[in-house]
Design a protein around this ligand. Structure first.
Ligand SMILES: Cc1cc2nc3c(=O)[nH]c(=O)nc-3n(C[C@H](O)[C@H](O)[C@H](O)COP(=O)(O)O)c2cc1C
Length: 192
C-alpha cells in the first residue's frame, strides 16, 4: 500500500510540512510505502491552457516534477494534501499542481482512492475552511474519496514556521487523519 503526502507550502519545514509529516506517521508505522512530495523543494510549472493534452494525452511542459508525481499517483492508494491559506485560497504552487492534473483527468488515475486534507492559516477563520473545500473539490473532481479527520479535514491556526509544534491537539488530529485513511483503506481492501 502506498500513500503520497503533498505539502503546498513554499516554506520548507513550515507548519504545513510538519502537519503532513505527522499525518504520514501512522502509514510508516503500518508499513505503507510513503512518498513525501513537498512543493518547497519541487517545481511544477503552471498550466498554459493549450489543451494539447486533450489530443495527445501528454503535457507539452517538460522538465519539472509533474511527470514524477503522475507516476506516483498511478501507483498510490491514498493521498494527503496540506496547504497554508494564502489569501483564503491554496498556494499558487498547489494550484499549479491541480491545474496540471488536467492531463490525466480522463485516465481516472485517482478514482476510488482515498484523500485527506489539511489547512493552516494565521487567522481564526483565516480561510482554512475554504482551503479544505478546495482540496476536497480537487479530490472529488478526480473521483477520489474524501476522508474525514475528527470532523471534515484538519483545520489549524499557526503563523511562524514551527508554531504548530506547540499544539499537541492539532498534531494528534493530523495523526487521526492518517489513521482514518488507513482504516478506510483496510475496509475497502477487505470488501474487494
Ligand atoms: C502570501 C501570504 C498570504 C497569506 N494569506 C493568509 C490568509 O488568507 N489567511 C490566513 O489565515 N493566513 C494567511 N497567511 C499566513 C499563512 O497561512 C501562515 O503563516 C501559515 O502558517 C503558513 O504555513 P507554512 O508555515 O506551512 O508555510 C498568508 C501568508 C502569506 C505569505
Amino acid at each position: 500500500m502506498k500513500v503520497i503526502g503533498i505539502s503546498g507550502s513554499p516554506r520548507k519545514d513550515g507548519n504545513t510540512e510538519i502537519l503532513v509529516r505527522e499525518a504520514l506517521k501512522p502509514f510508516y508505522e503500518k508499513g505503507w510505502e510513503v512518498t513525501e512530495f513537498f512543493l518547497s523543494s519541487k517545481t511544477i510549472k503552471p498550466c498554459t491552457g493549450c489543451e494539447t493534452c486533450k489530443e495527445t494525452g501528454t503535457c507539452v511542459i517538460k522538465g519539472d516534477d509533474m511527470e514524477f508525481l503522475i507516476s506516483e499517483f498511478e501507483e498510490c492508494d491514498a493521498v494527503v494534501i496540506g496547504s497554508p491559506a494564502y489569501y483564503r485560497n491554496v498556494t499558487a504552487q498547489l494550484k499549479a499542481l491541480f491545474d496540471r492534473s488536467f492531463v490525466f483527468i480522463d485516465r481516472k488515475i485517482l478514482a476510488g482512492k482515498l484523500g485527506g486534507a489539511i489547512a493552516v492559516g494565521r487567522g481564526e477563520g483565516g480561510g482554512q475552511s475554504l482551503v479544505l473545500s478546495i482540496i476536497h473539490n480537487y479530490y472529488l473532481s478526480m473521483g477520489a474519496l474524501c476522508v474525514p479527520c475528527e470532523i471534515n479535514g484538519l483545520s489549524a491556526r499557526a503563523d511562524k514556521p514551527g508554531d504548530i509544534l506547540k499544539q499537541e491537539k492539532r498534531l494528534r488530529q493530523a495523526r487521526i487523519l492518517g489513521e482514518n485513511i488507513i482504516k478506510y483503506a483496510e475496509m475497502m481492501y477487505r470488501s474487494r
